[in-house]
Design a binder for this molecule. Structure first.
Ligand code: NAI
Length: 486
């Protein structure tokens, strides 16, 4: 039975509503449901204690309950202060028991956390009596929390932030310091117990590769993002669905006929551009990579510089995973009434922190996660106005999760099937993985795709033995070499 003090969600009475949504999502998540059935008797995650940090949505609830069905103990927080669906969080805490007797999974997540609360919740996911032995991460914050904490602890001190450090970093250091003071040696113990991490997204994976190169990783990592059935589906088709959903719920502005600028034409950018064009917007793409820029032109988009595209844009969407791609100068040139939002992982793609320091800036809350910023325009911009005002969605954080409910279940089923397989690998075969970043075997990627075909009525053709030999593959796959790009 779950300790009634060992969770924190907005409102447990939402559990019933959450349970209904989870039940409907299960129908749309054939991969996860198949894995539950396949592994019901062998429970390959028995003994695993998973600290999870990933948007606490209805779809994530199905992931959590799949991990539990496979034998794992799980504790969970969201990886974003706005992305939790409170009814899903409540339902996971309650489990399938009654609201009076919580018997589910300890979740520490609610929509609209402060940064202090966010890092407090991140700390709570590691509070297993015997310590966690796996991390399931999205964006790398949980992994970074353990590694930073270990680094500071090993240096023999309680960290203090410098005056110049960004606000978010100061809050993180405060939580690490509190944790070191409360339980000296805790971080070293945590890091020693962890057998691996599976990482969900591009930004988190980039952080892991950099860590592995610079300081070395103390445990293996599986890059779930670059399973083909993750990034080529979730990042692209997921955003194609959830970006317009976020825009509509936030503003209900007609997208057709508008000029939309999509910054970045990677997997997420491709889905964003396609969605906006699908609604009739005239889409301009900006890119720094000549290959992606050329792809955008071949797909029929105008490719331009942001400084030239931004002043004419009605809608601007950042998708890069990079920092300050829209700087203060560009923000001051936006058209009155423009809408700007981000779907890359962190909130520094649009330099709202810089903008908020500009004298004369005002911010009005239209509703939660929708703000109108009124900003002075310098004369040298030559725009003939001294102020502009535009709408900012989700305060520059992932708008498809802050203003809507993220990607739909079916595409998340593919992503999360990869997560489950990665956790099984890390738990059962961790000795096969060195302390670096790995991808799942192509057989598993193909398995995930296979699990999703019947639900769509797709019939897969089979190779004959002769054909298989002719193209040099096995009849049962894998069908493509590692370097194939899909
Ligand atoms: P990607 O690496 O495929 O694409 C990013 C693109 O941005 C690249 O083509 C890069 O050349 C371009 N870029 C970088 N700096 C730029 C700049 N200054 N101006 C113009 N273009 C620039 O990465 P992917 O998979 O598309 O992910 C992008 C971000 O979205 C990541 O932060 C990822 O974690 C996040 N993500 C968000 C999701 C959501 O639900 N909102 C879902 C999946 C990923």
């Amino acid at each position: 039975m779950l300790d009634s003090t060992d969770f924190k969600v907005a409102d447990l009475s939402l559990a019933e509503a959450g349970r209904h949504q989870i039940r409907l999502a299960e129908r749309e998540m054939p991969g996860l449901m198949e894995l539950r059935e396949e592994y019901a008797s062998t429970t390959p995650l028995a003994g695993a204690r998973i600290a999870g940090s990933l948007h606490m949505t209805v779809q994530t609830a199905v992931l959590i309950e799949t991990l539990v069905a496979l034998g794992a103990e799980v504790r969970w927080a969201s990886c974003n202060i706005f992305s939790t669906q409170d009814e899903a969080a409540a339902a996971v805490v309650v489990g399938s028991g009654t609201p009076e007797a919580p018997a589910g999974v300890p979740v520490f997540a609610w929509k609209g956390e402060t940064l202090e609360e966010y890092w407090w919740a991140a700390d709570k996911i590691f509070d297993f009596a015997d310590g966690p032995n796996l991390i399931l991460d999205d964006g790398g914050d949980a992994t970074m929390y353990v590694l930073k904490g270990t680094e500071f602890e090993a240096a023999g001190g309680v960290p203090t932030a410098g005056a110049e450090d960004p606000e978010e970093y100061k809050v993180l250091l405060k939580q690490i310091a509190a944790s070191i003071v409360a339980a000296p040696g805790r971080f070293a113990q945590l890091a020693a117990g962890i057998k691996g991490v599976s990482e969900e997204t591009t930004t988190g994976v980039n952080r892991l590769y950099r860590l592995a190169e610079q300081d070395g990783l103390p445990f293996p990592a599986i890059n779930v993002n670059d399973s083909v059935t993750k990034s080529k589906f979730d990042n692209r088709y997921g955003i194609r669905h959830s970006l317009p959903d976020g825009l509509n719920r936030a503003t209900d502005v007609l997208i057709g006929g508008k000029i939309a600028v999509v910054i970045g034409y990677g997997d997420v950018g491709k889905g964003a551009a396609e969605a906006l064009r699908g609604q009739g917007a005239r889409v301009i793409v900006t890119e720094i990579d000549p290959i992606c820029a050329l792809q955008a032109t071949m797909d029929g988009y105008q490719v331009d510089l942001l400084a030239e595209a931004a002043p004419q844009a009605d809608i601007i969407i950042t998708t890069t995973g990079n920092t300050r791609v829209v700087d203060v100068k560009v923000l001051q040139t936006l058209k009155p009434g423009a809408i700007i939002g981000n779907v890359g992982h962190f909130d520094d793609e649009i330099d709202l922190a810089g903008l908020s320091r500009l004298p004369g800036v005002e911010k009005i809350e239209i509703k939660p996660q929708v703000h109108e910023w009124s900003v002075p325009v310098p004369a040298e911009a030559g725009l003939g106005r001294d102020r502009t005002d535009f709408l900012v969605l989700s305060e520059g954080r992932l708008l498809n999760l802050g203003n809507a409910t993220g990607h739909p279940s079916f595409v998340m089923s593919a992503s999360f099937s990869n997560q489950v397989l990665a956790q099984i690998e890390l738990w059962n075969a961790h000795d096969d993985y060195g302390n670096s970043v790995h991808r799942l075997a192509k057989e598993l990627d193909e398995k995930v795709a296979r699990l999703h075909l019947p639900a769509l009525g797709a019939k897969l053709s089979e190779l004959s033995k002769e054909q298989a030999e002719y193209i040099g593959v096995d009849v049962a796959g894998p069908y493509k070499p590692e370097h194939y790009r899909y």
